[in-house]
Write a protein that binds this ligand. Structure first.
Ligand code: SF4
Length: 129
């Protein structure tokens, strides 16, 4: 038995078939982000809110929460000038990690520490920095 409410597509000419349902309104599409992109956004939001992306704790009092990956070195404390940031080798690659005692180090990018990040409260200047 035929379903009288079924849309078979018959009877709709090609001109009407391609028109948007609501007269030109295009609903916003959900942005598709990779896990790395989502993490990068979350980290930027942490920094903007005055939280360190790795520890989640308040930034160093002299750190600049407006820093971005392209900010020039300006003398404010960053992870890149901290003695605890170091490279850990694994499978012919080097990963920047915080080696402060008690810091959590995973085998993934979630615990990588960017040199440009404003420092956390445990920052200790690197010799010569
Ligand atoms: S201890 Fe140093 S390297 Fe580690 S998160 Fe704090 S500022 Fe960055």
């Amino acid at each position: 038995m035929d379903n009288p409410t079924a849309d078979t597509g018959q009877g709709m000419d090609a001109e009407h078939h391609d028109q948007p349902l609501f007269g030109g309104y295009e609903p916003p599409r959900a942005e598709r982000l990779s896990p790395d992109q989502r993490r990068t956004r979350r980290q930027a939001a942490d920094i903007a809110a005055g939280r360190h992306p790795l520890t989640g704790r308040r930034l160093h009092p002299d750190a600049d929460a407006t820093r971005t990956a392209t900010s020039p070195q300006d003398g404010t404390p960053t992870c890149g000038t901290c003695q605890f940031r170091g490279l850990i080798g694994h499978h012919n690659k080097a990963f920047p990690k915080c080696q402060r005692p008690g810091a959590v180090i995973t085998h993934g990018a979630a615990s990588d520490v960017r040199a440009w990040w404003p420092a956390c409260g445990s920052w200790v200047p690197k010799a010569g920095a």
